[in-house]
Design a protein around this ligand. Structure first.
Ligand SMILES: C[S@@+](CC[C@H](N)C(=O)[O-])C[C@H]1O[C@@H](n2cnc3c(N)ncnc32)[C@H](O)[C@@H]1O
Length: 218
């Protein structure tokens, strides 16, 4: 198994609050999936109407709200930032929901080696790190090979929903997906079900324009 040589995530401190640590100690064993674990999604959610993977869930605000609004769906939250995983577990407790599994893994590794093909109904990628400097563009998670990994994980007719507040990254995303023969789609109005997160609010206050994309697997 080969791990990507570049990091698509920023190095952040692992400073953790008491609430996040408490949630991890209490609930990680129930809802957490550690790195390098092969996942059979239907084993986790045998009855789910749809299977959804969110990549880079951050502090889990959008993840928990969407999972609460769609109780019949099963969600895989993929994130490498431990405090964020703790925050999401704490929110699950607060909302009384159990339809999320937290996967502590690089999404690129997960999709390549540990997640089956053709089973997901949707992938969410909300506000991926934009890596604005051109020397860092190779770190952007959206690359030709990532687009095809996502295509492989989706069932035909399934889709990826992406949101970004960085216009040059939006242009990059449009370019990578239109070059792929696996998807059709493009810019859409913000779907009502995607909640506004603190991260997005900060971007909007700085005057950033947010674009949503939906690409459907052919
Ligand atoms: C800018 S934050 C956005 C978080 C959240 N989606 C939101 O809208 O508030 C991007 C997140 O993606 C995560 N991330 C980046 N690359 C990743 C990867 N390869 N696999 C899993 N998570 C990743 C980072 O750790 C970070 O938490």
């Amino acid at each position: 198994m080969e791990r990507p040589s570049n990091r698509s995530f920023k190095r952040r401190g692992n400073r953790i609050t008491l609430a996040q640590e408490t949630a991890l100690n209490k609930d990680w064993a129930t809802y957490g999936i550690p790195e390098e674990t092969a996942i059979n999604p239907r084993e986790h959610f045998p009855e789910a109407k749809r299977l959804v993977m969110e990549i880079g869930t951050g502090m889990g605000e959008a993840t928990a709200l969407i999972a609460r609004d769609f109780p019949d769906d099963g969600f895989f939250a993929v994130e490498l930032h431990k405090p964020g995983l703790g925050a999401l577990l704490a929110r699950m407790g607060e909302y009384g929901i159990s339809n999320i599994r937290l996967v502590e893994e690089d999404a690129r590794v997960l999709l390549q080696y540990f997640f089956p093909k053709g089973e997901l109904d949707a992938v969410h990628l909300f506000f991926p790190d934009p890596w604005p400097k051109n020397k860092h563009w190779k770190r952007r998670i959206v690359q030709e090979d990532f687009v095809e990994l996502v295509a492989g994980a989706l069932r035909p007719g399934g889709h990826i929903h992406i949101a970004t507040d960085w216009v040059p990254y939006a242009e990059w995303i449009a370019e990578k997906f239109s070059a792929s023969k696996s998807f059709v789609g493009g810019v859409v109005a913000k779907p009502d079900f995607r909640p506004l997160t603190r991260f997005e609010g900060q971007g909007l206050r700085k005057g950033h324009e947010v674009r949503d994309f939906i690409y459907t697997k052919i």
